[in-house]
Design a protein around this ligand. Structure first.
Ligand SMILES: *Cc1c(COP(=O)(O)O)cnc(C)c1O
Length: 423
């Protein structure tokens, strides 16, 4: 049985412990929601202030050139690339995850219509994050395609001659279950399909190697494990075989805005897509948000001399293993059912428990005690473990609070049972 002393000892031996110094963590808070909104990097406030007061305030429009504003989508994209097994100039930062998914899914469907017009099915996971499903549903409706939603174990059975695109989120937002990216990519491509991965809960959370897996497209989120701040811009990746070999007609994405043009400042009336992944850019980059995101991505890159994603993954597994074991010891008999795989090799960096009754209120009671996770309807208590800043003592303390909330029935209080707009 893990003790409080064990947790303190694990922290004392943790080679990644110094990385926590990069963040502004409020006193009295145990933050287990970095999978939903990452913590503020220490550098971000000063960096954003400098962008506002000096780059914008003093240098004004000259900053597009002098401060490198115009290159931010590529510069930050190249930093993210190092976290997801992508190459130089293969990732751009732009728009939101939803919008990027629309772009890459349309591009993939366009490729398939050219090559294989008979393929009419998009397969995804029934419990994929809703925005992904809504975007796919809308595209399927527009193009007379079928969106087929299946359980994770059923996916291989649906990789057949009808399949146009397999569109999956690598780590599921509810359960934290992680798909086998290389295997599913290979199987889907052998069936003649293209594969899109949403890395919203993977980038900065688990090792990802898009090029080794040979995936076709990927998108991901800036404000979760990348610590980019609320509503941070997202990213998009496309395999080089699509962006280099295919001509503009074939790799066509519909949000053909001017900054995805080959020469935006020639102001020609006709659209000519930029080279490579740059054609996935649409409009002007949100510079202030991009500056904050870059600070967040830099906190991830700071882990590279300490072992990078491999070391972060080792710690993430140790944190989630410890949390699962402690909850099952300390909170037994309280109706919590583990939703996250026990097998760490298919687990992301979060742990979820379902409870038939009171899940929302239990999370509110925890938050009132300074332990911040979140609730996902209808019944999931979700705890994210960001190895950059979560300590083993945080795991211990959060389970202590959870046990107290459950033992004392504190969550039944009326104040914990009023739903806010964001859960
Ligand atoms: C968080 C998340 C998103 C967020 O999309 P936005 O466009 O930023 O709102 C999309 N997909 C998945 C799988 C997510 O986890």
């Amino acid at each position: 049985m893990t003790t409080r002393q064990d947790c303190l000892a694990l922290d004392a031996q943790d080679p990644l412990a110094p990385l926590r110094e990069q963040f502004e963590l409020p006193d009295g808070v145990t933050y287990l929601d970095g999978n939903s909104l990452g913590v503020l990097p220490r550098t971000a406030a000063a960096r954003v202030a400098d962008v506002v007061t000096r780059e914008w305030g003093q240098d004004l429009i000259r900053s597009w050139n002098t401060a490198g504003w115009i290159d931010m989508p590529q510069r930050i994209g190249n930093k993210i690339a190092r976290l997801i097994g992508a190459g130089e100039n293969e990732v751009v930062v732009a728009d939101s995850t939803s919008v990027n998914l629309f772009k890459v899914l349309t591009a993939a469907l366009n490729l398939q219509r050219t090559d294989a017009p008979q393929r009419k099915v998009i397969v995804s996971e029934r419990h994929n994050f809703p925005t992904d499903l809504y975007i796919a549903e809308s595209l399927a409706r527009e193009r007379g395609l079928v969106l087929r939603l299946v359980e994770p174990d059923e996916i291989p059975a649906h990789l057949d001659d009808d399949l146009a695109v397999l569109m999956l989120t690598h780590v599921n937002y509810r359960t934290g279950r992680m798909h086998d990216m290389p295997a599913l990519t290979r199987q889907a491509q052998e069936a003649g399909a293209l594969v899109i991965w949403d890395l919203a809960h993977s980038a900065g959370a688990v090792p990802v190697d898009l090029n080794a897996a040979g995936a076709d497209f990927a998108v991901g989120c800036g404000y979760k494990y990348l610590n980019g701040g609320p509503g941070a811009p997202a990213f998009a990746w496309a395999h080089r075989s699509h962006t280099e070999v295919m001509d503009a007609e074939q790799l066509w994405q519909p949000l053909s805005g001017w900054l995805g043009h080959a020469a935006p400042f020639e102001f020609t009336p006709d659209y000519r897509p930029a080279a490579g992944v740059n054609r996935f850019i649409c409009g002007t980059p949100p510079v202030i948000s991009m500056a904050a995101l870059e600070c967040g991505v830099d906190t991830m890159l700071a882990a590279q001399p300490l072992g990078g994603m491999t070391a972060l993954r080792r710690k993430s597994i140790a944190l989630t293993d410890t949390f699962i074991a402690l909850v099952e010891q300390r909170c037994a008999g309280h109706g919590l059912t583990l939703q996250t795989p026990r097998d760490a090799s298919i687990r992301g960096s979060q742990v979820s428990f379902a409870r038939e009754e009171g899940g929302y209120a239990i999370m509110q009671a925890l938050i009132a005690r300074g332990v911040i996770g979140d609730f996902r309807a209808p019944d999931i208590l979700r705890f994210g473990f960001t190895p950059l800043y979560v300590r083993f003592i945080d795991v211990w303390n959060s389970v202590e609070h959870l046990a107290q909330v459950l033992d004392g029935g504190e969550w039944r209080e009326a104040r914990f049972n009023q739903r806010a707009a964001v859960t």
